[in-house]
Design a protein around this ligand. Structure first.
Ligand code: HEC
Ligand code: HEC
Length: 541
């Protein structure tokens, strides 16, 4: 299975489909997967909005499955971006990321061995793994942190010793970044704002307390003794392990996007319907068709995707096909510019389990290298209380490069989010994209990838078009830190908040920011992203 890719110590979670799919006349129904008592406990805790002070907020309030496991309120996403906490006027400084498929992240580590050969020398310091936009929930409870050789502060962690003996071997797989992350939102005053002791007490009095006993073969214990390591704290850590197990389950990572189903159906044909993995998807009428131009089952274009979605796939992976050819770009007056669009949007260099190797035909592709990159997003002035340069990515957490301690990590490198579920809920609500939510639509962020370096600077600086060498005088908007809407209206882009690795005139990772796509190509990429949204949506337990 592809998702458990090359990183030696990535968790070997067996994601099984576990979901019977009935396909009647094109409509797909996904049954909820069966969950273990540990996963059920995690699900109850995830959805429990009594576990906050005041009793208004659970994990689900910010990570809403229907909104792609992120914040579901259009007005907030369009404005301040950052989610209000249980105490409504309090909020953090960064956008709520989706938490689906996060379970595939390895512990925070030097990933030189994985990336170096294929990608040369990324500026970020070659780190990958961990949780949070800056990776500060490293997940060292499961491995010997010292063996990893990372300097700096190590986050609070959960170790096998926190688990009861009889289940220890079984549950150690759920330790790591996701479990460590789950220790944070409850006590955080800008989130659930509740003491771990009270979390323990409320769970012990809840209707699902029996699940704790089933999962751990012990009653939940909320005593404050012994003082050095109080029982309630151990129980709290085990609830975090349950949250981790739930977030690693098929309820959260269902692999049921339109692209997945289109692929499974073809893989079932390939196996003649006898393949255990995709047998549920076998449809003899479907398999009796021939794929055009002798393309094999399981290879793109997939029959279950539209022409636009297939084109988007080809662009995402830089695969040149009949539908993915360079096209001349026309300016606003409709005059050909003599410059051609790319056929390689390069998304596969980062949103890919195995960068530069996987081509999108992998059944359980997670669309994420879990590494840190700077794509040059402008500062978002609409986040209250945050000043430019303040929210700076992995440098907040590690200061020197793991592979070369003499060199500092650069500011502005944020953990790569998966491309799965970014589209989920868009259309029903406005979502915000990027760590600071600068972009308010997929179309908007794709347009940025395409034109970041090709439009004039919104301010007075000169910008050189890297494709034509042409000098573009600044627009001089006179707006400090224009929003996406203001920039698009004026036909310019502001300078990146962190220019290292993203500077329009300096180094740019491959062709990020200068894809020069046609409108149709941008639409094709958006269509492909939409085909990566899970069709299954879990409901509250
Ligand atoms: C008030 C809104 C809010 C609540 C409540 C909340 N989160 Fe989050 N979550 C966030 C924000 C904001 C971040 C990013 C913080 C950062 O990177 O510094 C985040 C990050 C995460 C991540 C990291 C994802 C990644 O890929 O790095 C996970 C996992 C997660 N939350 C799970 C949970 C769980 C489990 C709970 C309940 C115990 C929870 N969250 C409660 C807002 C929230
Ligand atoms: C150099 C690696 C890299 C490449 C290449 C890349 N991305 Fe990203 N992408 C990232 C990182 C890192 C972020 C988060 C950056 C941030 O918030 O500062 C991101 C953010 C996104 C987001 C927003 C996700 C969210 O949850 O807010 C979308 C959508 C996206 N990328 C799509 C694409 C598409 C489509 C392409 C190809 C045109 C692409 N990316 C190419 C690394 C990359």
């Amino acid at each position: 299975m592809k998702a458990n890719h090359t990183l030696g110590i990535i968790r070997a979670t067996a994601i099984t489909m576990g979901m019977i799919v009935s396909a009647t006349a094109g409509a797909q129904t996904f049954e909820p997967p069966e969950l273990t008592p540990l996963e059920q406990l995690g699900k109850h805790v995830f959805f429990d909005t009594d576990l906050s002070k005041p009793k208004t907020q659970g994990c689900v309030s910010c990570h809403d499955p229907a909104a792609g496991w992120t914040f579901p309120d259009s007005a907030i996403n369009e404005g301040q971006v950052v989610a209000p906490g249980a105490i409504w006027h309090r909020s953090g400084g960064i956008k709520t990321p989706g938490n689906s498929y996060a379970s595939f992240a390895p512990v925070f580590q030097n990933c030189e061995h994985v990336f170096f050969e294929r990608r040369g020398n990324p500026n970020g310091g070659r780190y990958c793994g961990g949780m949070f936009w800056d990776g500060r929930a490293e997940g060292y409870g499961k491995v010997d942190g010292t063996a990893i050789g990372i300097e700096g502060v190590v986050s609070q962690t959960i170790t096998p010793n926190d688990l009861p003996g009889p289940v220890r071997d079984d549950y150690t797989q759920f330790l790591g970044p996701l479990a460590d992350q789950a220790l944070n939102p409850f006590p955080n005053s800008v989130e659930q704002n509740i003491d771990p002791k009270i979390v323990c007490k409320r769970v012990s009095k809840s209707g699902y307390a029996h699940l704790y006993q089933e999962a751990f073969d012990e009653k939940i214990n909320c005593k404050t003794k012994p003082k050095s390591n109080p029982a309630y704290l151990t129980s709290f850590k085990r609830l975090a392990v349950a949250l981790s197990a739930y977030q690693a389950s098929a309820d959260v990572n269902s692999f049921t996007s339109k692209r997945d189903v289109a692929l499974y159906k073809e893989l079932a044909c390939l196996a003649g319907g006898f393949d255990g993995d995709f047998g549920d998807f076998y449809d003899s009428d479907f398999c009796n068709q021939a794929k055009p131009n002798g393309v094999a089952w399981g290879e793109f274009p997939l029959l279950g995707l539209s022409a636009l979605e297939n084109q988007g796939h080809d662009l995402f992976y830089g695969i040149e096909t009949a539908t993915n050819q360079p096209e001349e770009i026309f300016d606003e007056a409709g005059v050909g510019t003599g410059v051609f669009s790319t056929t390689n949007a390069g998304c596969h260099r980062c949103h890919n389990d195995n960068p530069q190797v996987d081509n999108g035909t992998e059944p359980f592709q997670t669309y994420n290298d879990h590494a840190y990159h700077n794509i040059g997003i402008p500062f978002n002035r609409e986040i209250p209380g945050v000043v430019p340069g303040q929210i700076n990515g992995s440098i907040a957490h590690v200061s020197v490069r793991a592979d070369n301690p003499a060199r500092p990590v650069r500011a502005g490198f944020f953990k790569n989010p998966t491309a799965r579920n970014v589209a989920k809920g868009e259309g029903d609500i406005t979502k915000a994209y990027g760590h600071n939510g600068y972009f308010k639509s997929l179309k908007g962020i794709v347009h940025f990838y395409s034109t970041r370096d090709l439009k004039p600077d919104c301010d007075a600086d000169l910008r050189i078009n890297p494709l034509t060498g042409e000098e573009m005088p600044g627009k001089n908007l006179g707006i400090e830190h224009p929003t996406e809407e203001e920039a698009v209206l004026a036909g310019c882009w502001p300078e990146a908040e962190f220019t290292t690795g993203a500077s329009p005139v300096g180094f740019s990772f491959a062709n990020v920011g200068r894809l020069n796509l046609t409108v149709l190509q941008e639409d094709a990429l958006v269509a492909y992203l939409k085909a990566l949204a899970d069709q299954y949506t879990p409901s509250a337990p």
